[in-house]
Design a protein around this ligand. Structure first.
Ligand code: NAD
Ligand code: MG
Length: 358
């Protein structure tokens, strides 16, 4: 039985990970939240982990009281997250926290020889060179949870040395087809409503600005050891083809499925095996209008263009871009800055630094 630690178990990916547990043979040894302790208590009572962590100190105090009748260890802060990642006895750590707070626990898990089911893309965007190098040195396997990267990973399995190009698909988000001017007055409420996927607030805003596709572009470079020239972004509104690879001879292999994160999460946890799932099945007759693919309009999507530029610059450029984006998205969600200020402030931050080598 595989032992699993779920960092960020109360979020969108975290709860979907808990939901698929009955389909796989697994024992949960650690769970973490920032401050959603009601849900964390429920999960802890159902799954009996060895340890839990509430990142927020006051939340941890309350959680300690709630779980006083159990023998579950309640931790807090970065030390608590790191302990859950590296000292809980896990074989696999699911990194489902949002933001670069995931970096240190991911590195700790790798150092402790754990495999990583990686949802937390910000970790690779801000320090991909370091994380991938450390994983190689420690023999830790990093299996992607992000649907596009899971698709690419599945298409490439058993095809060492055959890759020519990655075709990274994206739905285009809730404002697909809108001009830059039309998005000026977008509110947080509008931005978090995604047509095909239900996700946490931060990644929903990233999907609206298409910064998410930019983060995924950089994530793919690190996961698959390719350069920016090896990746082409394609808008695919139906979200049926989760991504594709073009091989040396021109053959294209795609991975298709319903838009359900349960599938890539389950595959990351059962890899290299594949198990039955409770997910809906893909019905091709449900798309009488066809499946569509086209190039993104980089002028209407400056966050995607900026991320691709930072990917080319390399070094700490993606690190700074990611950090500025995390702050800007939070300010936007708090109604402190407008939608266009997300791009403007991230671009200003990138402009203000001279990137150092990673
Ligand atoms: P979410 O906001 O729904 O959940 C985030 C989780 O992290 C929660 O458990 C929260 O309590 C915890 N958390 C938040 N801030 C924290 C902090 N400062 N310290 C410790 N814990 C903290 O986010 P999500 O949508 O589940 O996304 C999680 C990660 O997975 C992100 O990196 C996202 O880009 C990636 N991802 C998500 C999806 C999706 O469908 N939701 C798809 C692909 C990739
Ligand atoms: Mg994705």
């Amino acid at each position: 039985m595989k032992k699993i630690a779920i960092l960020g178990s109360t979020g969108s990916i975290g709860t979907q990970t808990v939901d698929i547990l009955p389909s796989i043979e697994a024992e949960v040894v650690a769970l973490t939240t920032n401050r959603r302790i009601g849900l964390l208590e429920e999960q802890a009572r159902a799954l009996h982990p060895k340890m839990v962590c509430a990142f927020d100190e006051n939340a941890a105090k309350e959680l300690r009281v709630k779980l006083a009748d159990t023998d579950i260890e309640v931790l807090t802060g970065m030390d608590g997250l790191i302990a859950c990642a590296s000292e809980s006895g896990a074989d696999i750590v699911v990194t489902a926290v949002v933001g670069m707070v995931g970096l240190l626990p991911t590195l700790a898990a790798i150092d402790a020889g754990k495999d990583i089911a990686l949802a937390n893309k910000e970790t690779l965007v801000c320090a991909g060179d370091i994380v991938m190098r450390r994983a190689r040195e420690c023999g830790a396997e990093i299996v992607p949870v992000d649907s596009e990267h899971s698709a690419i990973f599945q298409c490439l399995t058993g095809r060492e040395g055959e890759l020519h190009k990655i075709l990274l698909t994206g739905s285009g988000g809730p404002f697909r087809g809108w001009t830059r001017e039309q998005t000026r007055d977008v509110t947080p409420e509008m931005a978090v409503r995604h047509p095909n996927w239900s996700m946490g607030a931060k990644i929903s805003v990233d999907s609206a600005t298409m910064m998410n596709k930019g983060l995924e572009f950089i994530e793919a470079m690190h996961l698959f050891g390719v350069t920016p020239d090896d990746i082409q972004v394609l808008i695919h509104p139906e979200s049926v083809v989760h991504s594709m690879v073009e091989l040396l001879d021109g053959t294209v292999i795609a991975q298709l499925g319903v838009p359900d994160m349960g599938l890539p999460i389950q595959y990351a946890l059962t890899y290299p095996e594949r198990k039955p799932s409770r997910s809906d099945r893909l019905d091709f007759t449900a798309y009488p209008g066809g499946l569509h693919f086209y190039a993104p309009d980089l002028e209407a999507l400056p966050c995607l263009a900026l991320a691709m530029q930072c990917a080319r610059t390399g070094g700490t450029a993606p690190t700074v871009m990611n950090a500025a984006n995390e702050v800007a998205v939070h300010l936007f969600l708090d109604h402190k800055i407008g939608y266009h200020s997300i791009y403007e402030s991230v671009a200003a931050a990138v402009d203000a630094i001279t990137p150092a080598a990673a």
